[in-house]
Design a protein around this ligand. Structure first.
Ligand SMILES: [Zn+2]
Length: 415
């Protein structure tokens, strides 16, 4: 993702070298649920115009990877303020079972006779008002809208899941919502069917395993347009109706970085790319094949080209190649930052790359003065604090140094 920061000019170079040394430090956090590997999530949600309360039915297909008495998932409990989720029933394979839902963890017994390597299917029925993770609000033009916004581990505010970057799974979103909404999500649209009472059910499916942080969907009044295609991948723009002309113009530039990265890195990893104007709390959020941008990213002036290039770079680094633990975020943000600078180098020439790297260096040094820390900083407990100059600019510098060391020809993924 990207947050927009102003850069000041300071010129010192020393601390950059320390990044290489610190790369040997590895994060110690364990997986939140190491006894299972989720294979597929089916998230069925019903949304309404009358209330922010959602109704959910989630089916989780998983493989037992080590013996454990219980199956455990993240799901935020009902809170005194009226938000949170309340579970109505749970089924394991074909049998209804008892469950425990406390401390934002949902658990039930592992079925008797299940062995390592076996597949288990769990279905959870629940309802509630999401406190976060699904932003139910109005667009800046006053239209009601639903935008998922998961990064880093906010999905479990409304979706039962292993809300950790290490567990990747295929995902289906099956959204029943008033039929005036356009629904868009990861993967491809499988079906769209009318339902009684002015509702519509939209089924999107992504077979490529994703971390939950970049699973997403939107249900909002959105106009869509096919911007074009790159190597057979369709690129779509979804924008607010009020921003239709400016939005289609601004987002169509996505074809250029997609084409560039495909030639530099290799085949785009997902079946389509949608660029979506949204209510994300970030400047941009790289949801797999369904990137969300802040609503003010649309200006009609092409000003968001760098932002779009950054989020598209994440489709390879962060989404397809995913860090094993949160503290390795430079593999996502450092790569996206450097690939954006390489994109500008391709578009505007070497001077632009140099200027980008100089600005990045200044940010790193300024940040190091206040908070000297390694690229992989396992002391961070608030995951939002990972969005730092260490992860972005210092990570980018590690790659810049590597490129300088091995040369341009070797610094290409595609052969
Ligand atoms: Zn990013």
């Amino acid at each position: 993702m990207l947050r927009i920061n102003k850069m000041r000019k300071i010129t010192v170079i020393l601390l950059l070298l320390s990044s290489l040394i610190h790369l040997t430090v590895f994060a110690g956090n364990s997986k939140q649920n190491s006894s299972i590997d989720v294979v597929n999530y089916k998230f069925r949600l019903t949304l309404s115009d009358a209330t922010d309360r959602i109704t959910g039915e989630t089916t989780i297909v998983m493989t037992l990877i080590s013996e454990d008495d219980s199956l455990r998932f993240d799901l935020v409990n009902s809170n005194p303020d009226g938000t949170g989720m309340r579970v109505d029933s749970v089924k394991v394979n074909t049998a209804k079972v008892t469950w425990n839902h406390t401390n934002n963890r949902l658990s039930c017994k592992t079925p008797a006779g299940t062995n390592t390597g076996d597949t288990i299917k769990l279905t959870i029925w629940y309802k509630g008002i999401p406190a976060d993770g699904l932003i139910i609000s109005e667009t800046k033009f006053g239209r009601r809208s639903f935008f998922a916004d998961h990064w880093p581990d906010r999905a479990s505010n409304y979706l039962p899941c292993v809300d950790h970057v290490s567990d990747k799974a295929a995902v289906d979103f099956i959204i029943t919502a008033p039929d005036h909404y356009t629904v868009v999500s990861n993967g491809l649209l499988i079906s769209e069917e009318p339902r009684s009472g002015g509702y519509k059910m939209s089924h999107w499916s992504e077979k490529t395993p994703l971390p939950v942080k970049v699973m997403t969907f939107a249900a909002a009044d959105l106009d869509k347009q096919l911007a074009g295609s790159v190597n057979g991948t369709e690129v779509w723009s979804y924008v607010y109706p009020e921003n239709r002309d400016e939005g289609f113009y601004d987002y169509a530039v996505a074809l250029v970085p997609l084409n560039y990265y495909t030639s530099l890195i290799g085949q785009y990893p997902f079946p389509k790319l949608a660029n979506v104007q949204s209510r994300t709390i970030y400047g941009g959020l790289e949801n797999a094949g369904c990137i969300f941008y802040s609503e003010n990213s649309v200006t009609g002036t092409g000003r968001s080209e760098g932002l779009i290039a950054h989020e598209i770079a994440h489709q390879w680094f962060g989404n397809s190649v995913t860090e094993a633990d949160w503290h390795h975020i430079w593999l996502s943000e450092g790569f996206a930052t450097y690939l954006t600078s390489m994109y500008w180098e391709m578009r505007l020439g070497e001077e632009r790359l140099k200027s980008d790297m100089k600005n990045a260096r200044n940010r790193v040094l300024r940040s190091a003065r206040n908070n000297p820390s390694p690229v992989i900083d396992t002391t961070i407990t608030n995951l939002m604090h990972l969005l730092s100059a260490n992860s972005y600019q210092k990570g980018a510098w590690v790659l810049h140094m590597l490129r300088n060391r091995i040369g341009d020809k070797a610094f290409r993924w595609k052969r």
